[in-house]
Design a protein around this ligand. Structure first.
Ligand code: FE2
Length: 309
């Protein structure tokens, strides 16, 4: 059998520096039926599922995001009419999704001439399943990882903005600060730099590390999955962006990532040293929230605050 994700020659040329369209064979896969996703929503810890109204602006103010007054399982069950947007985070916590993610990325790696995902340097494989009502919007934001995004059901319009010159989103906005909401300021003129992927079931796109984007669904409900991983370079960049966020919080704003490679290396090493002793504690949701709160204040757990149901 061929790979679950197919990259055309153009995609191989663009990877991992520019976005491109792709095709996949995951539409109709049993792990993405609404019935299965109801079950997954019911098994998630409360910090593993985030949802709100899909009737939001591209530049939505996070604190004014309208909520949906239903428990997660009901949101999925009633997704056709709930006017909701939902993400099931880190679904690789479940063995069946972990196996699928591994199979997909192993296939991509082999198509690129590697033995498997590990050999290609794809580590930290994580999966995020999006379940959205018709005509729902995901506000403008960026993600600190590379992403093969696959459209499973319904139509989705994915706008990826070219910010390689840093004029659309300033470097400070990419610092990793858990107390800051991910939404980024948006202006309509950004669209002149957009690549828009109009996707149906079977389509997908590659979203490069930190490329800002916003998304809307079409007239039917939508199921999609972000299949993400981190290369060694991305992991190092994230450590620096986290330290820059923490240092800014403590009153020591830093020059952007890449300005001073030697200092960046020091920050990455400091991150690793700081992280090691707390790593064993992170298995518990309560302790994860406590650690985030201790470092970044009450807002660090912002996505739990508005939880209903
Ligand atoms: Fe995203």
């Amino acid at each position: 059998m061929g790979s679950l994700i197919e990259l055309a020659a153009e995609g191989r040329g663009a990877f991992p520096h520019r976005p491109f369209a792709l095709r996949h064979r995951l539409a109709g896969h049993p792990l993405f039926s609404l019935e299965k996703l109801v079950e997954v929503a019911g098994r998630m810890p409360s910090d593993g599922v985030e949802y709100n109204s899909g009737k939001v602006g591209i530049d939505q103010k996070p604190e004014e995001t309208p909520l949906v007054d239903l428990p997660p399982t009901e949101v999925v069950r009633r997704i056709r009419e709930a006017n909701a947007w939902m993400v099931l985070k880190r679904v690789e916590r479940f063995p069946e999704y972990k196996a699928l993610l591994q199979e997909v990325l192993d296939g991509v790696a082999r198509d690129m001439g590697h033995r498997d995902a590990g050999d290609a340097g794809f580590t930290n494989l994580e999966g995020f399943v999006f379940v959205s009502s018709p005509n729902a919007t995901t506000p403008f934001h960026s993600d600190p990882e590379d992403n093969f995004f696959v459209q499973i059901h319904g139509d989705k319009f994915f706008h990826v903005i070219d910010n390689r010159d840093g004029t659309v989103v300033p470097p400070q906005a990419f610092e990793i600060t858990p107390s800051m909401h991910r939404n980024l300021p948006y202006r309509e003129e950004f669209e002149s730099r957009a690549t828009v992927f109009s996707m149906k079931a079977g389509d997908g796109c590659f979203v490069p590390y930190l490329w800002p984007h916003w998304v809307r669904t079409g007239d039917s409900y939508s199921i999609s999955m972000a299949m993400t991983w981190k290369s060694a370079e991305v992991r190092r960049s994230n450590k620096v962006l986290f330290m820059n966020g923490l240092l800014r919080k403590w009153g020591f704003p830093q020059k952007p990532l890449g300005t001073n490679p030697a200092l960046d290396s020091l920050k990455a090493a400091a991150y690793t040293a700081l992280r090691a002793p707390i790593e064993p504690l992170r298995g518990s949701e309560a302790l994860r929230n406590l650690i985030r709160g201790a470092l970044f204040g009450r807002n660090a757990n912002y996505y739990l605050a508005g939880r209903k149901g």
